[in-house]
Design a protein around this ligand. Structure first.
Ligand code: 6PG
Length: 241
C-alpha cells in the first residue's frame, strides 16, 4: 500500500511540520464554518506537538483559541487525573497553557460505569456538537502502535467493521486494557488525517503496511482509515528508516 509520507529529521521537526499544516486548516475552517474541531490522539508522540503549540508564539498566538474545539480519538478508561489518561497528557502540555475556553474542551468521559456508558455519553456529546451525520473533524491526529493499532482499534477487533456506532468501549491487548475509541464510522470522515509516527520501533510496522497489497482491507487498523482525503504520515527519520 502506498502511503503519503513526509519524512523529517527528528520529532521536533516532525511536530513543527504537523503544526504548520494544521494552522492554515484552522484559519480555513474558522472562515468557512466559524469553528475548528480537532480529534487529538493519545500516546507519547503528540506530546511534543502539543507543547510546541502552547509554547511557541508563532503557533500559539496565531491560533484563535475561542474557535478551537478539542476532542479525542480515544481514551484509556482511567480517571482524568491519571498519568495514563490521554486527556491528562493534553491538559498538562497544551490545554492548561493556552487561553482555550473550558467549554471548547470535549474529553471522553471515563467516570461512568460500565465503560459502554462513557461511549454512549461521548456519542451524545458529538451529536450535540456536530448534528446527526457522522462528524468530519477538520483534523484528526492519529498514531500507530507497533502491531498496527490506531486510536484504540486493534488488529482483529470487531469494531473495525462497525457500521452504526460512532464511539465504542473496547478491551485491548495493551495497558490499560479498557478503552473508549472513535470507530471507523467517524474516523473515515475526517477532512484531514495526520499520523504522527516517530522512533525506530515503528519502522517494521510501516514497512509491513507498505508491503501489503491494496486490493483487500489491511490487517492493520491504521491502514484501514480511508477518509476521502488521503492521510498524511509524518515520520521522523528513525521511523522512516
Ligand atoms: C492511545 C493512542 C494510540 C497511540 C499509539 C501510538 O491512547 O494509546 O491513541 O493509538 O496513538 O499507540 O502511541 P505512541 O505515540 O506512544 O507510540
Amino acid at each position: 500500500m502506498k502511503l503519503d509520507t513526509r519524512t523529517l529529521p527528528d520529532l521536533v521537526s516532525l511536530s513543527r511540520a504537523a503544526l504548520e499544516e494544521v494552522l492554515p486548516i484552522i484559519q480555513g475552517a474558522v472562515t468557512k464554518r466559524g469553528r475548528f474541531a480537532i480529534a487529538l490522539s493519545g500516546g507519547h508522540t503528540p506530546e511534543k506537538m502539543f507543547s510546541l503549540w502552547a509554547q511557541t508564539a508563532q503557533y500559539r498566538d496565531k491560533t484563535p483559541w475561542d474557535r478551537v474545539h478539542l476532542f479525542w480519538s480515544d481514551e484509556r478508561y482511567v480517571p482524568a487525573d491519571d498519568p495514563r489518561s490521554n486527556y491528562h497528557m493534553a491538559r498538562e502540555t497544551l490545554i492548561s497553557r493556552v487561553p482555550i475556553p473550558a467549554e471548547n474542551v470535549h474529553p471522553i468521559p471515563t467516570s461512568l460505569t460500565p465503560p459502554e456508558e462513557c461511549a454512549t455519553a461521548y456519542e451524545a456529546e458529538l451529536r450535540k456538537f456536530f448534528g446527526s451525520e457522522p462528524p468530519a473533524f477538520d483534523v484528526q491526529l492519529l498514531g500507530i502502535g507497533e502491531e498496527g493499532h490506531t486510536a484504540s482499534l486493534f488488529p482483529g477487533s470487531p469494531v473495525l467493521d462497525e457500521k452504526q456506532r460512532w464511539v465504542a468501549a473496547v478491551r485491548v491487548a495493551a495497558e490499560p486494557p479498557q478503552r473508549i475509541t472513535l470507530t471507523p464510522v467517524v474516523l473515515n470522515q475526517g477532512r484531514n488525517t495526520f499520523f504522527l509516527v516517530a522512533g525506530e520501533g515503528k519502522r517494521a510496522i510501516l514497512s509491513a503496511i507498505r508491503d501489503e497489497s491494496s486490493s483487500k482491507p489491511s490487517q492493520y487498523p491504521a491502514a484501514r482509515i480511508h477518509p476521502a482525503t488521503k492521510p498524511i504520515w509524518f515520520l521522523d527519520q528513525a521511523a522512516a528508516g
